[in-house]
Design a protein around this ligand. Sequence first.
Ligand SMILES: [Zn+2]
Length: 421
Amino acid sequence: MSKQEIGGQSQNLAIDLDRLRAEMDDLGAIGRIAGVPGINRPGFSDADMEVRAFMADRMKALGMLVSMDAVGNLSGLWQVGEGPAVMAGSHLDTVPMGGFYDGALGVAAAMECVRTLMDADVTPPCPIEVIVTAEEEGRFGGMLGSQALAGAVDPGWLETAVDEGGTRMVDAMTAQGLAPDAYETARRERDSVKAFLELHIEQGPVLESEGVPIGIVEGISGVFKWSVRLSGVANHAGTTPMDLRKDAFVGLVEFARRIPEIIAAVGTDQSRVTIGAVDLTPNHPHTIPGEAVFTLIGRDTDLAVMKAIAAAGRQQLEDVASAMGLGLAIDEQSWLDPKPCDATIVAAFRRQAEKLGLGYRLMPSGAGHDTQFMAELTRAGLIFVPSIGGISHAPEEETAWPDIEAGANLLLHTMIDVANG
Ligand SMILES: [Zn+2]
C-alpha cells in the first residue's frame, strides 16, 4: 500500500469519544481516598503503580508489546511497519488531591488513537508506541521518566531527591520493585524514536478566554529558581526608630515592587517572575525582621530574555541591599533553558488542524512538561486543550468533552501524518 493510499484511507478517521471517556473514567477511579478530594497518585505511590499496571493490561489487550523500564516508564509498542516508532503519551501520576485530566488525558488519547487505527484496519508504516512516563508531577522533583529516556538524569539529584515527608526517591522506587541504580538502561538512542507527541490540558486560562479549542505549543518556558537571603538586624520593634532599622522584610517588599519594572525593561509578555515562598526570622510580631529568605522563580520562552531578567533581578537586589544596608546572598538552585518544540511537528499539527477545520492558536507553555526532555531525544511536540477557569492541580480541574474530542482527533491525524512523513 502506498503512502497516498494510507493517507486517503485515513482521511475520515475519527476517535470514539465515548470509548475515550470510559477509559478516562476507569483511570479516574484509581487513586481515590475516602474523605480526600481529587485524585491521589503521587509518583511511586501504590496508586501510581496500580494505575500503570491497569494501563499495562489495557495495552496487552490490544496486542501491544508491554514493558516497564528501570525508572518506571511504561511502554506499549504496537509492532507494525518498519523503522523507529512514533511515540505518544503523557503521565499518570498526579499531585496530591490532583485533577482528572492532567496527564491521564494524554495517555488515554494516545491509546484511543491506536484503537481507532486498529478498528479501521489502518496500518501505519512504522510502529506506534504509547508511553506513560514516570514521576512527572514532581513528588521528588519531576520529569524523571523523560529525563531517563533522554539520558538527561543528573545522578546527584537522583541520589539525593526526597519528597515533602523526607522519603528518598531511590527508596520509594526500590520499594516498588524498580531499579534506580540502573537508570541509564532506560535511555533511548536518539534515532530510535521518530517523534514524540503529547496532548495535555492547558492548565491556564488563555484558550478558554479566547474560545479556541486547541493550543499548538511552540516552545516551553525555561525556568530558574533562586533562594535569596536579605540580612538586616533583628531588633526591638518599639525602641528602634524607623530610620535606624535594617529591616530585611522592607527590603524584600522594595524588591518585589520593582519586579514589574524589571519585566517592563527587559522582559516580554511571556515573562513570569514570582516570589512564592518567604521565611522571616525571627518572624515575631514585636521584632524587626532580621532576615528574609525567599524563593524567586523566573520564566521566559527566550533564553536571552531569561538571562536579561536574571541579570536585572540581580542588579535590583544589589541596589536594594546597598541602599538599605542589608546583606545579600543569591543561591541559584536550578536553571532550565527554554525548549522550542520541533518546527516540523508544529507544522504537522497546524496542517492537520487546518484539514480538520479545528480552531487553534500558537502558544508557549509556561509549565514544564515531559516534552522538554523528549526534545533532547527526538522531534517533540505538544498540544493543549482548554482548562475551564484555567484551573488545574485541583479536584475542580475540567475540560469540555467536545474540546477533548477535537484534541484527540488532532493527535490521531498528526500521528498518521508524522508516521508517513
Ligand atoms: Zn501534566
